[in-house]
Design a protein around this ligand. Structure first.
Ligand code: HEM
Length: 261
């Protein structure tokens, strides 16, 4: 076996891959939250639907998306393999001899990760699969007056089966026709049980990342007297507070709005 293969089959190699895939997934979360902020705009889903349409039809994004799915799968499988290997290496549980006591998050990474995996499967089934492969979504037509900025929105029925999107101009008006994923978000987040499930999952994101983000830096040996406190600060405030809170607010806000409709 080559030295390269040996390294990546070893327990350290697997940990390195988990750290790298984990950091890639953290980067995805920042971009995903940023894009989903369109949900907070009061524009009848225009910004969000145009954004979702762009993601689905811009080839470089599709390549990154496949890399993302690969990272989710590799990260999950290696987590499972490492857990099984660790258990069989030391059948008797013992108290860690570390000076610092292990945090609740670090001791429960497996269960937190499993909740997240379940969440990702259900979540992708609901939005990603529905958008790409399910014909239940309708289309919206947004007509924007380019002089005044006024916008009207109507349902749009395409004339043929595999219509994807269109953009055209008519006088001063820009006409954009896109799939209405926003309607699916509104519908999904009008169910209380689903909102509760999302909020619990975002709790798991928070606890998983408060340990995971800084742990990845440690595994990769990227520790430094001056920079490690910054990594801890980012891990705590950005990944364990701001990002999960931002995501959790989306279903909560949509649920509250659904009550007044
Ligand atoms: C409440 C918060 C969230 C909302 C409203 C939301 C919404 C969406 C929507 C609409 C899609 C399909 C279109 C797109 O790619 O943007 C999507 C895809 C996806 N989401 Fe989320 N998401 C949320 C939170 C999360 C979280 C916390 C994770 C990970 C832990 C996640 C992981 C994914 C993945 C992996 C995909 C597939 C990406 C792709 O193929 O481009 N989402 N999400």
């Amino acid at each position: 076996m080559s030295e390269f293969k040996q390294t990546f089959n070893s327990s350290l190699g697997k940990k390195l891959i988990m750290a790298l895939t984990g950091l890639f997934l953290c980067t995805f979360l920042i971009v995903h939250l940023g894009g989903n902020l369109f949900l907070f705009r009061d524009d009848k889903g225009y910004g969000f639907n145009v954004y979702a349409n762009f993601l689905a039809h811009f080839p470089p994004i599709e390549v990154i998306a496949y890399l993302l799915y690969l990272c989710i799968i590799v990260h999950s499988i290696y987590a499972l393999v490492l857990t099984i290997n660790n258990r069989s290496a030391r059948p008797v549980t013992y108290v860690a001899h570390n000076d610092a006591p292990a945090s609740w998050s670090s001791k429960n990474m497996g269960i937190l990760g499993s909740i997240l995996l379940l969440f990702i499967v259900i979540h992708m089934g609901d939005f990603w699969f529905t958008y790409k492969f399910n014909n239940v979504l309708g289309f919206k037509e947004y007509k924007t007056n380019l002089v005044t900025g006024d916008r009207t929105v109507t349902d749009f029925k395409p004339g043929y089966a595999d219509f994807e999107n269109s953009i055209s101009t008519e006088g001063n008006n820009e006409i954009v026709r896109v799939k209405d994923l926003h309607a699916r978000v509104v519908w999904s987040f009008s169910h209380l049980w689903y909102v509760v499930f999302y909020v619990i999952a975002m709790g798991a994101v928070s606890f998983h990342l408060v340990h995971g983000f800084q742990s990845a830096f440690q595994t990769l040996g990227w520790t430094h007297r001056k920079y490690t406190p910054i990594v801890k600060f980012i891990g705590t405030w950005l990944f364990a507070v701001i990002i999960p809170l931002g995501f959790a607010l989306m279903p909560i806000v949509y649920y509250i709005q659904s009550l007044s409709k």
